[in-house]
Design a protein around this ligand. Sequence first.
Ligand SMILES: [Fe+2]
Ligand SMILES: [Fe+2]
Length: 196
Amino acid sequence: MITDPRLVELLSYYRDAELRGAQLLFRLLKMTQHDVDIQVKLTRHVTDETRHAWLWTKRIVEMGGVPTRIAAGYQARIGMRIRPRTVVDLFALTLVVEERSLARYREHALRANVDELTRAVLLAVSRDEQSHISWMSNTLAQLLEQNPDSREHAEPMIQRYRQVDADVYAALATYEREAFRDDDRATLAEITPRVL
Ligand SMILES: [Fe+2]
Ligand SMILES: [Fe+2]
């Protein structure tokens, strides 16, 4: 079965964001070796993100596609504007990115023209993203409590990260809207014969 190449590209964006998200976590793993609690949670977390990348890859292959190489996806664009250096920076950035992916997946799952298998992946990964946000925001709050100096600079930094995230996401959303412009009400099955 050959499916809509635009959907393959969209899921390839998701796959790329999951893999790059895992890279941020690998950096954090390296920087937090002294903290066993964080090591346990991060190891679980990185397993989730790589599994998410696999779920998207599997879904693409099931649809008859192959993952598209994404040169300038969400995380790459974020990386051009934000260079996290400390553990607090990395926690804050990961949190902002996690919140975006959760909102993104939820919004996609609610669309009328989503096939059931894709929706199942969207819901499964959303559950995990919710738990990632929860442990990371709790741990970030603890880190800031332990280090009041970093608290002062954390608030404006998170605001800046959110602004960069909003800019990057707006640009990608415009591209996506443009790509899918003619098919607002089409189901995947309706699109498929036309693009073959
Ligand atoms: Fe994920
Ligand atoms: Fe996540």
